[in-house]
Ligand binder design. Structure first.
Ligand code: FES
Length: 272
C-alpha cells in the first residue's frame, strides 16, 4: 500500500498525484514508468514518473482520466492509498551532452517529458522546449518546464495562450534559427507523427516516447506492440522510447482505435 500525500486537479480530466514510494524515488531515471493498481482486482495502470523527491521519498504522477481504472485512481484523495505500485520499469532515456536539444510535448505527454527536459539540462545541453495544448486550461507543468529549459515556446490550438498554431509550427521556427542536435517528442500519436515528419525533413535525430499506448506494462498483453524499422517491438519492454523516424505511426494509430468501443462500454457501465 502506498499513501497519496498530495493531489491536485490540473483540469477536469488531468490530475497530479504525489505518492509515497521512497525506493522508487531513489532509483527512478527519466523515461521510467511505474505500474499502479487500485483495489485487489484492479487493472494495472502504467504511468510515467513525472518527478521524484528523494528526501520526502515521493514520486509524482500525472494521470489522465481515460477509462474506468484511471477514473478510480483519480477519485482517490490525499491520505488514501493505492493498492500497489511497482517500478521503476522501462528503459531510461539515453541522455548525453549533445549540444542543443528540442523537447516537444503535447497534452499529458508534457508530464513524461518533464524529467527528460530536466535530465538534458543537467547533462549540460541547451534545452528548448515546445509545449502544445488545445487551450490554456489544458496546458500543464509550464512553471516546472521553464525551470529546466533555456527557452519555452507555448502553442495552443485556439490561441488562448502563447502562440496560436500547431506544435510543428513552433518547432520549425526554432529549427530555422538554431542548430538542433537532437529532438524528443511525447504526446498524442498523431502529434508525434507530424513532429517526426518535420525533423526527418531537417535530418534531426528524434526519439518518440510511446508510453501512452501501454496497457498492462508487463510484455504480456500485447497492446503496446509497434513496428519500428520493420520489426515488432513492445513499448513496455523494448521502450518506451524509439527512433521516431522508424516508427510506423499509421499502423500504431489504427491499432489505438481498436479498443475504443470496449472502453466506452466499460465507461458507460462505470457511470451507471
Ligand atoms: Fe502489455 Fe506492453 S503494455 S505488452
Amino acid at each position: 500500500m502506498n499513501k497519496i500525500v498530495e493531489k491536485e486537479n490540473f483540469s477536469e480530466k488531468v490530475v497530479k498525484i504525489v505518492v509515497e514510494a521512497p525506493l522508487i524515488a531513489k532509483a527512478r531515471k527519466p523515461g521510467n514508468f511505474v505500474i499502479v493498481r487500485v483495489g485487489e482486482k484492479g487493472e494495472r495502470i502504467p504511468l510515467t514518473i513525472a518527478g521524484a523527491d528523494v528526501k520526502k521519498g515521493t514520486i509524482t504522477m500525472i494521470v489522465q482520466k481515460m477509462g474506468v481504472s484511471s477514473q478510480k485512481l483519480c477519485a482517490l484523495e490525499a491520505g488514501d492509498y493505492v493498492t500497489d505500485l511497482v517500478g521503476p520499469l522501462g528503459k531510461p532515456t539515453e541522455i548525453h551532452n549533445v549540444g542543443t536539444v528540442l523537447c516537444c510535448g503535447g497534452g499529458v505527454g508534457v508530464a513524461p517529458l518533464l524529467p527528460i527536459v530536466e535530465g538534458y539540462k543537467k547533462a549540460g545541453n541547451k534545452v528548448i522546449t515546445v509545449l502544445a495544448a488545445r487551450n490554456k486550461d489544458l496546458l500543464i507543468l509550464e512553471d516546472e518546464m521553464r525551470k529546466h529549459s533555456d527557452e519555452v515556446i507555448i502553442m495552443t490550438d485556439d490561441g488562448s495562450y502563447g502562440k496560436k498554431g500547431l506544435i510543428t509550427e513552433g518547432m520549425e521556427e526554432v529549427i530555422q534559427r538554431e542548430n538542433i542536435d537532437e529532438c524528443i517528442t511525447i504526446g498524442p500519436a498523431i502529434m508525434m507523427k507530424f513532429c517526426s515528419l518535420l525533423t526527418k525533413k531537417y535530418e534531426i535525430p528524434t526519439m518518440a516516447s510511446l508510453n501512452s499506448i501501454m496497457v498492462d506494462g508487463t510484455g504480456m498483453c500485447g497492446a503496446c506492440r509497434v513496428t519500428v524499422d520493420g520489426k515488432t517491438k513492445f513499448t513496455c519492454v523494448d521502450g518506451p522510447e524509439f527512433d521516431a523516424h522508424k516508427i510506423d505511426f499509421d499502423e500504431m494509430m489504427s491499432r489505438l482505435g481498436g479498443y475504443k468501443s470496449e472502453e466506452q462500454d466499460k465507461m458507460d457501465h462505470f457511470h451507471e
